[in-house]
Design a binder for this molecule. Sequence first.
Ligand SMILES: N[C@@H](CCC[C@H](N)C(=O)O)C(=O)O
Length: 309
Amino acid sequence: MRFTKGHGTHNDFVLVADTRGDLDLTPEQVRRLTDRRGGIGGDGVIRLAPTAAMARAGETIADDVLAEEPAAIWFMDYRNADGSVAEMCGNGVRVFTAFAEALGLATLDGGAELALGTRAGVKRVRKETGPDGAPWYAVDMGRWLLPGGPDAEAAGADAAVAVHGWAAPRPALSVDLGNPHTVVALGSTAELDALDLTRAPQVAPHPPHGTNVELVVPLGESAGGDGTVTGRVRMRVHERGVGETQSCGTGAVAAALAVRTWAAAGGRPPVDTWFVEVPGGLLRVRALPGGRAELAGPAELVFSGEVRV
Ligand SMILES: N[C@@H](CCC[C@H](N)C(=O)O)C(=O)O
């Protein structure tokens, strides 16, 4: 099988082009591909397949994708390293887009946009120049939700998280980005650095389909030369189906939106642009009108080859 290895802020993936849509990847094959000793290694596998083929294979969301956006002819079939299927991957969408460009299946130059299908619906991607001068990809992530509703929004919490080594669980906020997240605030970066995330944090009430857990430290807000206020957050993440990763795009969006929600609950005016520092790099999150969010960051393809699965 031909593959390409890529990453977005060191959240790394094995990418497979299945342009005919006839590849049936089993969970066991995904685990072998992502194995860092016996395989290629990665936090997940991304299969690029025709949206129409996904629909034919019974993925009903693919029908909705094509009804909403007929131009979304390619679909990101995302699997976690443990072989489980995930609805969405924010870093993955950017790396998928770079992969589609490299395959000649998409052109984003001159302001063009790529619409693609995911299990969390249509995502739209455009290219820009990042703060480091490298190409960045900005993804309209669609609508975000607080599953706990207005009560959770006012209280800033609807769950509790216990990390290995903590004396007691701490309050946390659930955020839905198409996939589930639970965000906990910490008091200092020293505390963040010292966390033991080798074991999965315990979340109560137990989310029926599991959750990704973001541990965040708000680093404050500052005004730029043009008066625009931006916020900064540092984060570590324990991903569902993987373990601790160097970055999580949907997690970065959840983290920024949780910090924004906590600020609003404290009576502070909402800040719409956030930079999220993750162990693997820097991401930008924007709260868009209509309850939508945008994620921007880099995407790199590292090498390609052939593997037996
Ligand atoms: N790393 C991804 C999220 C991948 C899926 C996640 N582990 C889940 O099971 O929901 C990202 O960048 O968003």
